[in-house]
Design a binder for this molecule. Structure first.
Ligand SMILES: C[S@@+](CC[C@H](N)C(=O)[O-])C[C@H]1O[C@@H](n2cnc3c(N)ncnc32)[C@H](O)[C@@H]1O
Length: 220
């Protein structure tokens, strides 16, 4: 992965003091990932030139907030539309006991993901393709950020979950409106439980929509 910063790129944000509480002994790996995002990912147009200035708060820590809503124990996690690895890679860095798969449909993003996973030495599977082509009922948790509104994300993500599985969608201000848009739909009738969760990680607030399927894990 090429590392030279591009002219006009914002100076990269330093890791906040609390980042160690989130990533523990993997903080050096998180720092390396931040470096790859602020150099190679910006050079290749996968991240905007202003993003390095908020790489920890808006990207690594915002993504790691998803880990706070993961079920306990070893679970398989799929990141749909991972882009440059967000939120999946920070989720793994915060919770390395999970088995992480990244699925991404754009070839040049997949190339970056493969190089990054190899560079960091992560035990992560990278799939080039559309999430729809993955086998149904294969994951305990699906995570996603900035892929689609819930009206489109639910039909994409829920079939990939095992019974009792959980979708964690990182959302911003639109979360409540998106929940309202899907309430009363077939998902509600099928006893899908949908909640808005406000999570704070290392002083960074994140808004998640958590969707639990009925089943063995649905009671958590
Ligand atoms: C706006 S980007 C967000 C990337 C990343 N999640 C983030 O938050 O920075 C959306 C990504 O989802 C990918 N994508 C959209 N629909 C997809 C699908 N059905 N299967 C796999 N990837 C998809 C696109 O190629 C794109 O890289």
């Amino acid at each position: 992965v090429s590392q030279a910063p591009r002219a006009g790129t914002a100076v990269a944000e330093s890791p906040p003091a609390d980042a160690e509480a989130v990533f523990g002994e993997r903080l050096p790996l998180a720092s390396r990932y931040a470096h790859l995002l602020t150099t190679a990912a910006v050079q290749r147009g996968l991240l905007g030139p202003r993003e390095p200035a908020r790489i920890w708060t808006r990207h690594l820590l915002n993504s790691a907030a998803v880990a706070a809503e993961l079920p306990c124990g070893a679970v398989s996690v799929l990141d749909i539309g991972s882009g440059a690895g967000l939120p999946g890679i920070p989720v793994w860095l915060a919770r390395p006991d999970v088995e992480l798969t990244l699925v991404e449909s754009m070839r040049r993003r997949v190339e970056f993901l493969r190089e990054t996973v190899a560079d960091l030495g992560l035990p992560t599977r990278v799939v080039h393709g559309r999430a729809e082509s993955l086998p149904a009922a294969s994951f305990d948790v699906v995570v996603a950020r900035a892929v689609a509104p819930l009206t489109r994300l639910l039909p994409l993500a829920l079939p990939l979950l095992r019974p009792g599985g959980r979708l964690l969608a990182l959302k911003g201000d639109t979360a409540a409106a998106e929940i309202a848009d899907v309430s009363g739909s077939g998902h509600r009738r099928r006893q899908v439980r949908m909640r808005l969760r406000e999570v704070s990680v290392a002083g960074v607030a994140a808004t998640l929509v958590r969707v639990d399927l009925p089943g063995a894990r649905g009671a958590r």
